[in-house]
Structures are given as structure tokens and as C-alpha cells.
Design a protein around this ligand. Structure first.
Ligand SMILES: [Zn+2]
Length: 202
């Protein structure tokens, strides 16, 4: 583009490509503009002069940056949630179709609202997953009432047996599961090993 004098009367406006510029894009307030994207900028006051052509170029570049940042945030959240909840249980809790979270993680799908939920859950996984499960009950329990409930996950989590923890929780929390299905042998064995009373006789 041709350079022109900036209305500030102190500088020239010309194409500038440099690192360190940030912009609000969709729901991210401080997304970094790729260093190789040039924007007409005043040499004195720094004002950026964005016409339609520049805006379109900027949008294309930012869309790519946005997807990469969202994918990274999903990956981080899923990694933090993994020791506390299986992906399929998480999908059930959020009423997502099976495999949907993997699609978001791979970048095939981008859902800012889902990522918001995952990030909030990942900040304090145990408390927030539990709180969300409760909030989704038709008749949620008061916090005091919930605190008095035994935390059946404590000993299984400390045993480092993620799969068993998840199936225990899934079974415990799925009322439609037949009673027989709720007394998994592995669950009962671990309960005995850690001194907890098995809820169903083995
Ligand atoms: Zn200027």
C-alpha cells in the first residue's frame, strides 16, 4: 500500500509486521497477532489503520490462531480432568455424544462454551465435577447435606486405580443401571483392601 501522513501530523502510516501485538478476537481478549501479518501503522502515534482488505486478512490469520489456542486449552483441561473423570463419563455429564470431546481436542470442532465448562471444571476437578453432578439432579442437595455423604472416591483415587474409580462412580451415579451391575467385583475388593465397608456383600 501507499504510505500516507497520519492525522496526528507526526508520523507516516505504513505496513508494519512485528511481534507483540494483541487483539480481542471472538471471546479471547488478548490473542497475539502473528508477527508476519502486516497492518498499516503510524510511525509516531502507533494508530493502526485497518480497512476492509486488512480486516479480512487479519480475520483469516486470527481464526487460525484462535483455533490453536482453543485446542491447547481443551488439551490442558482434559489432561487435568483425566485423573478424576473418564472422558465418556464427562461426555455423559455434559450430555455430549460419545467422542465429541476428542473432536474438540483435535480441533475438528470448536465450541467456546464447552471449553469454558471444561476449564472451570479443571480448576478444581473433584469439587466441581461433584457440584455439577449435584446441580444436574432434579432435586439438588444442599452443600451441608452433600458434605455429610461419604466420599467413596477418596480411597480409590489414592489407590491410583483410575479405571476402577470411574466405573465405581459411573455405577454409583447411574440409577438406571441394574442392581447387579452396581456390584463390580473389583470395586468390592478395593473397598475391602482399604478398610471401607463394601456396600453389597461379595
Ligand atoms: Zn499518527
Amino acid at each position: 500500500m501507499k504510505t500516507f501522513k497520519c492525522p496526528c501530523n507526526k508520523g507516516e502510516v505504513r505496513e508494519v509486521a512485528r511481534p507483540g501485538r494483541r487483539t480481542h478476537f471472538r471471546n479471547i481478549p488478548d490473542l497475539e497477532i502473528p508477527a508476519d501479518v502486516s497492518i498499516p501503522t503510524c510511525s509516531a502515534c502507533g494508530e493502526e489503520w485497518i480497512d476492509e482488505e486488512v480486516a479480512a486478512r487479519l480475520d483469516d490469520a486470527m481464526e487460525e490462531v484462535y483455533r490453536a489456542v482453543v485446542a491447547a486449552k481443551v488439551e490442558g483441561a482434559i489432561r487435568d480432568l483425566k485423573p478424576f473423570i473418564a472422558q465418556r463419563d464427562l461426555e455423559q455429564l455434559l450430555d455430549l455424544s460419545g467422542g465429541y470431546i476428542s473432536k474438540v481436542k483435535s480441533g475438528k470442532e470448536t465450541s467456546a462454551s464447552l471449553v469454558s465448562v471444561l476449564m472451570l471444571l479443571a480448576e478444581a476437578p473433584r469439587q466441581r465435577i461433584d457440584a455439577l453432578r449435584n446441580l444436574w439432579m432434579a432435586e439438588p442437595k444442599e452443600e451441608a447435606e452433600r458434605a455429610s455423604l461419604p466420599d467413596e472416591s477418596q480411597w480409590t483415587v489414592s489407590a491410583g486405580m483410575e479405571m476402577v474409580v470411574h466405573s465405581t462412580r459411573a455405577a454409583e451415579r447411574t440409577p438406571s443401571l441394574p442392581r447387579k451391575g452396581r456390584q463390580g467385583g473389583a470395586v468390592i475388593r478395593i473397598a475391602q483392601q482399604y478398610g471401607a465397608e463394601p456396600s453389597v456383600a461379595a
